[in-house]
Design a protein around this ligand. Structure first.
Ligand SMILES: [Mg+2]
Length: 407
């Protein structure tokens, strides 16, 4: 097979780095983005200074505060980060059209097609890194390899702020010395199990037959067998349509009240409906997720023959699913979420649906008013209840965090 040239680019400590860029007095400080110390969410990004205290993404904020009480905790401004992200991708697109967004701040570039255009491939990658850093004002780490797996592992080695290019022919040497936990298929549990078997580095797995890996890890064993050999045939896929949209809320205090929970659900369904409308997509599948106060998480989904988009439709399905899940109100909830998946761009015309047509007209009108005057310009009865308990300004971010509901 023809050798490919894959470049992986990742912004270092993205959200925290944007905050520092816009407020230079934060330079060198342990910046923690995600919420305030007493809030119940998790850390989205920690600056390298904060990471020295053991703070990392996904860590509960309270825990982060215990580890790093001198940290500068910020709620974050996701619209701002999105704007930086868009600029990041448009800069990368000036090098090649073959750019895949792996997340807001992480991209794969396939430079195989463009390579003949550049006299020196390595110099081109260096220039790419310099250009992105200069125009964006943020530091990035870059990895180069023959596939996505190796390019990403190279970036990992390059962090923070470096560039690692795996020279052709040296892939195996590079891979073997890495700790086995670096492989994407090896989580903390698998790592502990492998350590018990005396496996510390990727190279220690080399002698394991495929059948052994399969008996240890099931079907993931096959994947692991290939990863150990640095094999990854996944293509860099430039445009990826969204697979699903979801909205969820972690409450600041657990909620027992069913009406209030349904009000939250209505609000999340409405936000989801607005997103679907903006993206001109319909959902074939609706899923509701709830997390009890003891962290037990359950979800239920329904596949629909007729795909949905309007707020009323989504809420009716979500409410049904919610009530079937929340049948034992012995425990309060700490999280509610709604997801729309199996998205499609069109909906088959129904012959006789006067009710749905009315709903579509209503939904369109509400979306229009909200686009012009803000979300709170029109509120349903349930949303008014929610608004009284806790106002809209306090529901922010991708993962919406809510304020106290006990007032
Ligand atoms: Mg990053």
């Amino acid at each position: 097979m023809r050798r490919r040239f894959i470049v992986h680019v990742d912004i270092d400590a993205f959200f925290a780095a944007v905050e520092v860029l816009l407020n230079p007095s934060l330079e060198g400080q342990p910046v923690i983005v995600g919420g305030l110390p007493h809030e119940r969410g998790v850390v989205s990004t920690a600056s390298y200074e904060a990471r020295r205290f053991g703070v990392h993404s996904g860590l509960p904020l309270r825990k982060a505060y215990q580890l790093c009480p001198q940290g500068i905790f910020l709620r974050g401004n996701y619209q701002l980060y999105r704007a930086f992200s868009e600029k990041f991708f448009s800069l990368l697109s000036s090098f090649t059209p073959d750019v895949e967004a792996a997340s807001l701040d992480e991209a794969y570039l396939d430079l195989t097609r463009c390579r003949p255009l550049y006299p020196s491939f390595s110099r081109t990658v260096r220039q790419l890194k310099e250009k992105v850093e200069k125009e964006l004002g943020l530091r990035v780490s870059v990895g180069v390899g023959p596939n996505k797996l190796l390019a990403k592992l190279a970036t990992h080695q390059a962090k923070p702020g470096g560039l690692v290019e795996i020279p052709p022919g040296k892939e195996s040497v590079f891979l073997q010395q890495l700790p086995v936990g670096c492989l994407p298929g090896v989580g903390p549990k698998a790592q502990a199990m492998l350590n018990l078997l005396g496996v510390k580095r990727v190279g220690d797995l080399w002698s394991f037959p495929r059948s052994t890996l399969r008996s240890l890890f099931g079907l993931n064993g096959d994947e692991l067998y290939l990863q150990v050999r640095g094999i990854d045939a996944r293509a860099v896929e430039p445009v990826r349509a969204p697979q699903s949209f979801s909205r969820e809320t972690t409450f600041l205090e657990d909620i027992w009240d069913e009406q209030l929970l349904l009000a939250h659900l209505a609000y999340l369904s409405d936000r989801l409906a607005l997103t679907l409308r903006e993206e001109k997509l319909f959902a074939h599948l609706i899923e509701v997720k709830i997390r009890y106060a003891d962290f037990r998480t359950v979800s239920r989904r329904r596949r629909l023959t007729m795909p949905l988009q309007t707020m009323g439709e989504i809420y009716r399905v979500a409410q049904d699913l919610f009530l079937s899940l929340f049948d034992s109100p012995r425990l309060a909830l700490r999280l509610v979420g709604v997801k729309a998946a199996e998205l499609t761009a069109s909906r088959p015309l129904a012959l006789f649906e006067p009710f749905l047509e009315r709903e579509e007209r209503l939904s369109r009108a509400v979306a229009e008013v909200r686009r012009k005057y803000g979300f709170a310009a029109v509120l349903t009865v349930r949303e008014r209840l929610l608004e009284r308990c806790y106002p809209l300004e306090q529901r922010r971010g991708f993962v919406l965090k809510t304020a106290s509901l006990t007032k």
